[in-house]
Ligand binder design. Structure first.
Ligand SMILES: [Zn+2]
Length: 80
């Protein structure tokens, strides 16, 4: 497990960085690269939209605030 966590840490330091698009109105977390019309954020006002690359922050939103990862732009390739 230790080496796996180290791999994730190295990934965040490199060129491969996911920018998360957080919809505070619908409590959804999108991947900015794949977010599209079917994600359902078009009626979310600009001040309810947030962009971040901080994965810890996103995971905190999910576990503590009840946010969900959008199924349209997050493919089931990352198994928690
Ligand atoms: Zn989405």
């Amino acid at each position: 497990m230790g080496s796996f966590r180290f791999f994730l840490f190295k990934g965040e330091k490199g060129a491969f960085t996911i920018t998360y698009f957080i919809d505070h109105k619908n409590k959804k977390i999108h991947d900015q690269r794949f977010a599209g019309d079917e994600c359902g954020f078009l009626d979310t006002p600009v001040d309810k939209r947030e962009f971040t690359a901080a994965r810890d922050y996103v995971l905190t939103l999910e576990s503590a605030e009840g946010f969900e990862f959008c199924t349209y732009c997050h493919k089931p390739q990352l198994v928690m």
